[in-house]
Design a protein. Sequence first.
Length: 156
Amino acid sequence: MNLKISVALASYNGAEYIREQLDSLNAQSYLPYELIITDDGSTDDTLETVNQFIKSALFKVSVIQNEERLGWKDNFLKAASLCSGDLIAFCDQDDLWLPNKLEIMSKEFTNPNVMLATHTLTVCDSKLKPIAIQDQGSKKLNYCRHCIKPILLTLV
């Protein structure tokens, strides 16, 4: 299966951690098809960091600066609406993905009945020391069979 996976990243004043996350996307064993970043008016060095990353990105990166603040929910929805891949993986600016995340998650979609895949995640402190495990409550989700695109859910 050769799926095109779009990554939707909503940014806002994330300069402190965003480069590590971008590098972890570049280190994926199954590279994203594209990365769509919608920035919600950052006033720190977020956009400068992103523009530096673009020079070494192994996939297409598009950066859209919102004309007015949307807030985190609508900023994520805007990023997702601009994705053109077969699947969408949501990405927080302060995440750090394991190198085989997209490879493992994409395999779930070899079953044609799968429309959504979730996973557990490790919550870490600023020094990457694990402090909690979250299952994201996937057993409690009501599944939508009429989604426009399948989603790899990666919310914290």
